[in-house]
Design a protein. Structure first.
Length: 228
């Protein structure tokens, strides 16, 4: 994404984050010092606004998304502390998988420093929607909102069947009529996260559910709606 595109999104009030981790098992933190080095690199190249030579040029991002799905949980809490030490306004999000507690991010999330937690309720049959059965996803949601220190928790969903090879796609009518009315009752409900914009564009899933994701008593701008 070019500098102008990032700036345009930010002018619309959309936070632009760099995501660390992902599906390839080629990353880890090996020590507290390693976590500090990673925090230094992220801050210098993406967040502090004093460089024009980073991977995104002069673009200043709003924060960091932790999408850790491999390895153990060591030192991600340290990374969290180091990033917030630079600036408390650095926006931190986590995208744990739905089995609770998450094997990779639980310790980091327990710091209480994450501004939002986007739980991935897909590709994990024990805690996702399946063949008309909403019990697993509702039970998992209730566990997350009752057990997690974070005050803003989003329902992470696939934007199409193809987006989640191991299942979890929820038909729009089921989400709108059966699931959202339940999850929106929580004070911690922070909106819906979709994986991903690539799958959302042809399906229009996000546009179709958008009118229904807001709490009646909240202004639209108060809820976080994101496509990873």
């Amino acid at each position: 994404m070019a500098v102008l595109e990032i700036s345009y999104c930010q002018q619309l009030g959309i936070k632009v984050l760099i995501s660390i981790g992902g599906e390839t098992d080629t990353y880890s933190l090996t020590s507290v010092e390693d976590a500090q080095d990673v925090a230094d690199y992220i801050w210098t190249n993406f967040l502090d606004g004093n460089t024009s030579t980073g991977p995104l040029g002069a673009a200043i991002l709003d924060g960091v998304d932790f999408a850790i799905v491999f390895g153990d949980s060591q030192y991600y809490d340290n990374l969290t502390y180091f990033l917030k030490a630079y600036d408390q306004n650095v926006y931190l999000t986590a995208a744990p998988q739905c089995p609770y507690p998450d094997a990779h991010l639980n310790i980091a999330i327990s710091t209480g420093l994450f501004d939002a937690v986007w739980v991935q309720f897909y590709n994990n049959p024990p805690c996702q929607y399946s063949s008309g059965n909403i019990d697993n996803i509702i039970n998992s949601w209730n566990t997350w909102v009752s057990s997690t220190i974070a005050g803003n928790i989003s329902l992470g969903l696939p934007a199409s069947n193809d987006a989640a090879p191991s299942g979890g796609f929820i038909p729009e009518d089921v989400l709108i009529n059966q699931i959202l009315p339940v999850v929106k009752q929580s004070d911690k409900y922070g909106g819906v996260m979709l994986w991903s914009r690539y799958y959302d564009l042809p399906s229009d899933y996000g546009a179709n559910i958008k009118p229904y994701i807001y709490k009646d008593e909240l202004n639209v701008e108060e809820l976080l709606v994101s496509s990873s």
